[in-house]
Design a protein around this ligand. Structure first.
Ligand code: PDD
Length: 286
């Protein structure tokens, strides 16, 4: 069951006019929210980022956070899986094709749910392969825009190379993955690129840094050079659907000793424990 502009319906029945600006221009923003045991994970943070994305494209938020929470609750209840991932999508609505904003148009609001499957244990045990390439996206990568053509092309490069992710480099510095954030481990220290216009401020990224701080894991938020990335002890990728995964091969070469390392093992365990605690008690980290 999905939600579209005020109604719940089976996805097969959902219809969007071809003049929707999401279809014509990719003029909209989205969120992906994980749900564990029927509870949305970090909902407040996802709704805050949604507001930032809407502000970034100058689109008024069609709903209050209370209304979003209620829609999220209803969509979870109407779908079967205990663990789900929700996709929220807002476009500037339906209007005659013209680049400039239309006046007096209602935004299109769409929410769907899919089962959330944890990354397979074998992949966590072996780690995954990634490739690198130039980050050729625009300069507002902090907006979670539905116009994802660069990300689509960049991630397909990974798939074509038999890899899971493409790690992006801009002017000698690592930005993020095509659909994930990337952490580097150097000298037993967790390195994270700073949140700015060159990367999406990941919700999972924040959780990892909060866990590192709470458990006194040495960490630095600063620009990470290509050299540091290529000589890393460990590389980790994070996202709401993949949680934390070890990258053990980069451009065909082993990362560190080519096996998931101790930083991954520790953060993965902390993340799993944190998830359980949050879902059970709705308490904060510390
Ligand atoms: N993508 N960077 C990019 C470019 C992303 O697309 C994503 C997530 C992330 C990680 O953000 P978060 O931890 O909040 O999921 C970073 C989602 C999952 C997607 O587009 O499906």
């Amino acid at each position: 069951m999905i939600y579209l502009n005020g109604d719940f319906m089976p996805i097969e029945e959902a219809r969007i006019p071809v003049l929707d600006r999401g279809f014509i221009f990719g003029d909209g923003v989205y969120e992906v929210i994980p749900v564990y045991s029927r509870r949305p994970f970090r909902l407040a943070e996802h709704l805050l980022r949604l507001q930032d994305s809407l502000d970034g494209i100058r689109l008024l938020n069609p709903h209050s956070n209370e209304h979003w929470s209620s829609l999220v609750e209803q969509i979870i209840a109407r779908n079967e899986s205990e663990d789900q991932y929700l996709y929220l999508h807002i476009t500037r609505g339906v209007a005659k094709r013209d680049h400039a904003f239309p006046k007096g148009v209602m935004p299109t609001v769409f929410i769907m749910s899919n089962p959330l499957l944890a990354p397979p244990k074998e992949l966590l045990a072996s780690g995954v392969s990634a490739i690198t390439t130039d980050d050729n996206r625009w300069l507002r990568c902090d907006i979670k825009a539905i116009s994802l053509l660069p990300n689509v092309l960049l991630r397909q490069m990974a798939v074509d190379a038999g890899a899971v992710e493409t790690v992006l480099l801009r002017e000698g510095f690592m930005t993020e993955g095509a659909a994930s954030n990337i952490f580097v481990v150097k000298n037993e220290t967790l390195l994270a690129p700073p949140k700015n216009h060159l990367m999406l401020p990941g919700i999972t990224y924040d959780v990892v840094l909060e866990l590192a701080a709470a458990h006194k894991i040495p960490n630095e938020v600063r620009t990470v050079s290509e050299y540091e990335m290529r000589t890393a002890q460990e590389l980790l990728l994070t996202s709401s659907t993949k949680e934390i995964m070890p990258i053990t091969r980069l451009d065909g070469k082993p990362v560190g000793d080519g096996k998931p390392g101790p930083m991954f093992a520790l953060l993965y365990q902390l993340y799993q424990n944190y998830k359980v605690t949050v879902m059970r008690d709705a308490v904060s980290i510390s």
